[in-house]
Design a binder for this molecule. Sequence first.
Ligand code: ATP
Ligand code: MG
Length: 571
Amino acid sequence: MRFSKMLIPTMKESPSDAEVVSHKLMLRGGYIRKLSSGIYSYLPLGLASIRKVERIIQEEMTRAGAQELLLPMVQPSDLWQESGRWQKYGAELLRFTDRHNRESCLGPTHEEVITDLVRKNIHSYRELPLNLYQIQTKFRDEIRPRFGLMRGREFIMKDGYSFDASEKGAEETYAKMNTAYHRIFERCGLKFRAVEADSGSIGGSFSHEFMVLADTGEDTVVACKNCSYAANMEKAQAAVSPQEQQDMLDLQKVETPGKRKVAAVCDFLNINPQDLVKTLIYMADGAPVAVLLRGDHEVQEVKLQNLLGADEIRLADDKEVFDATGVPSGYLGPVGSQIRKVADLEVTRMINFAIGANEKNFHLLNANLHRDFKVESTGDIRMVTEHDNCPKCNGSLELTRGIEVGHIFKLGTTYSIALKATFLDNQGDEKPFIMGCYGIGVSRTVAAAIEQNHDKDGMIFPMPIAPCQVIILNLSTQDEEITGAAESLYQSCLDNKIEALIDDRDERPGIKFKDADLIGIPLRVNIGKNFSKDRHIEIKIRSTGETLSVPADEAFETIRTFVSKAMNTTI
Ligand code: ATP
Ligand code: MG
């Protein structure tokens, strides 16, 4: 690859609409260009890095026994009607009508299409298990496309689907995919963590997200400092507090004029938020529910939705609160209230707490669950905090930031039942396939790699997913000797399958140094003044800044050793 001939439109300044570092650097480094909101062109360097990630994925999928295929991007609405998602999916699904008035959509994911393919072609348990995947452009009309490749509308995903004859088989396939995903992100050279994720109605630990750790990540990773426990916020639990031990005191009503917020009530009553229970009103599938939580805790809505078994939940607005309770928010409480009530687990550990009196300007002291009011159910519905302990070993929990690059999920029979996708088992009985699905955001992985690995000068790619391994700077294109040495080193790289880019542009050294650092190639070779002086060549390691000065005739071996080490240590 010759810099002079390649489309690498680097820029000095970051475009003003780029907020996160990967987005800025990919634009500045000439990796991508925006076509429209959430839609990007991948330029040669960007695509080269994406292809590297794809190769690693393909190799590991083959190793795990999965087969690659390619499904259509345009999908007919009938299949989505069958699965029930034509109605359910919402505005992220881009729908359109063709010239024959047939409704279609652009694939945001492919459960329907793959289940249709398998139901038409696989009929016996003898043909199972089957594990199929593709690497394809997906379209999701995201409400807030942002951060470049991190959350695009059009993006590249690897999506895989497995079909098993038994629960046990499906669990084995899941375990294989889990191992394959660990290998993929290790081989990419990324620091990551696999975390337990919410598996909705499936239950068990059959959903994991793979998070690239980076301070700028959108997601929170909860991890134990002491053991291997790790989960995302939707799933993370905390060790439950011990039951408070004290006698129940008499319920007492106190005036709290104008005190509506937890902090104001606590100040006024001279108590801690841990001694107060707050009452929030949610709308669950259109009906109000009172949700009780310790004063210093926050609701985790996915957990709440699972406890309520609702399709949709949201916080009620002021009018809905008043219509449901007859009381303005701030003084809500369960005592004497007729609406459906649920409480967080921690509330069940408390004795003699303060709570809204369900009457404007009043609170109750010494309230107690069961004695003063009942709830329909209790469960873990709160957000874990840094002050919590591990549910497995009681060690301290730590909250860090991560970027979700992969997700594996045991689907069970949801799609096979909806689409009547069945096979004959070894008894001759008709059974639905037991499915799993496995996604990787390929384009997001490249962006996440940059979020994790960069400095003020630019990107720092891990060798296995860098667009190329070495950049050779010819620092004096007018000088025949220097040019000869640079070209000969470049040729040696090509002959030995080392991926090199030679900067043969007629530019000042300063510009070449800056561009090389910006585009993040792991090894940079400078051939300039020192070569003329004493036949030495400088090799700079992008990640550490370390510079080696080696005789020209040893340069190639030094590069080869470094590259093979960096490529192999992660395999
Ligand atoms: P998110 O919560 O980030 O929206 P998701 O749960 O919708 O992700 P999946 O449906 O599991 O994601 O898709 C599989 C993978 O595709 C994700 O793990 C992520 O890496 C990637 N991905 C999802 N949405 C986008 C997007 N808008 N842009 C880029 N990559 C995406
Ligand atoms: Mg999404």
